[in-house]
Design a protein around this ligand. Structure first.
Ligand code: CA
Length: 223
């Protein structure tokens, strides 16, 4: 997943970045509400971890603006504020989940996975496509029960394509899901990952839509 962290507390922000990166997510971090708003408007994230007490614009304002502009990215609100009132308000304004500080990192990771499943209409933790079985939590891929070894980016790209089965993933959207702001992206990096996935799995799994991007066909074409 590509996740935006919005948190002005430097120690907490750094800790979150480290924990999420360790769990193989692509992470970008901003420290104020204005930057958060620019980021969610400009790029596609799978989830936003949003602190409420922020400089410039508070989290509630960012959330309200996002939903008013029909930006549907799942939002998990972090709050140090006590009481149910603030949480109820955030949920009613369009937050998808919340965690009160201090929180357990594993719980945050599990909640983000749950948000992602819900956003893509999966009830099961595993994503199945024909004889492929992808397990986001353990980052495992199995083909007919046999493990297939994928690099981090290959796994992320395949997850993204399988989340969008039957729909064309544009090259820029796919690249945005694979790389954060501070990462250098080779212009043909995406092709290299696609090529490698086809080789490790089977060629017809990923179709090239010329001039647009890539697609995993709605009906599994088996190897
Ligand atoms: Ca704060």
């Amino acid at each position: 997943m590509r996740i935006l962290i919005v948190e002005d507390d430097v120690l907490l922000g750094e800790g979150l970045c480290t924990a999420l990166k360790r769990a193989e997510h692509v992470v970008d971090w901003v420290r104020d509400g204005q930057s958060a708003w620019h980021a969610v408007r400009a790029e596609a994230f799978d989830a936003v971890v949003l602190d409420l007490g922020l400089p410039q614009r508070d989290g509630i304002e960012v959330l309200t603006q996002m939903r008013a502009q029909k930006i549907a990215t799942p939002v998990l609100v972090l709050t140090a504020r006590d009481g149910a009132k603030e949480r109820v308000r955030a949920l009613d304004l369009g937050a998808d989940d919340y965690l009160g500080k201090p929180f357990d990192r594993d719980e945050l990771l599990a909640r983000l996975r749950a948000l992602h499943r819900r956003a893509h209409g999966h009830a099961q933790p595993a994503i199945e496509y024909g004889e492929l079985r992808l397990l986001p939590e353990s980052r495992e891929l199995r083909l007919r029960g046999q493990p297939v070894d994928l690099t981090r980016r290959e796994f992320m790209l395949l997850s993204y394509l399988l989340d969008n089965v039957g729909r064309v993933a544009t090259r820029s959207a796919a690249a945005q899901h694979l790389y954060g702001w501070n990462e250098d992206v080779d212009s043909n990096a995406l092709e290299v990952h696609v090529h490698s996935l086809r080789k490790k799995l089977w060629p017809e799994l990923i179709r090239t839509v010329r001039g647009v991007g890539y697609m995993v066909p709605a009906l599994p074409v088996e190897p």
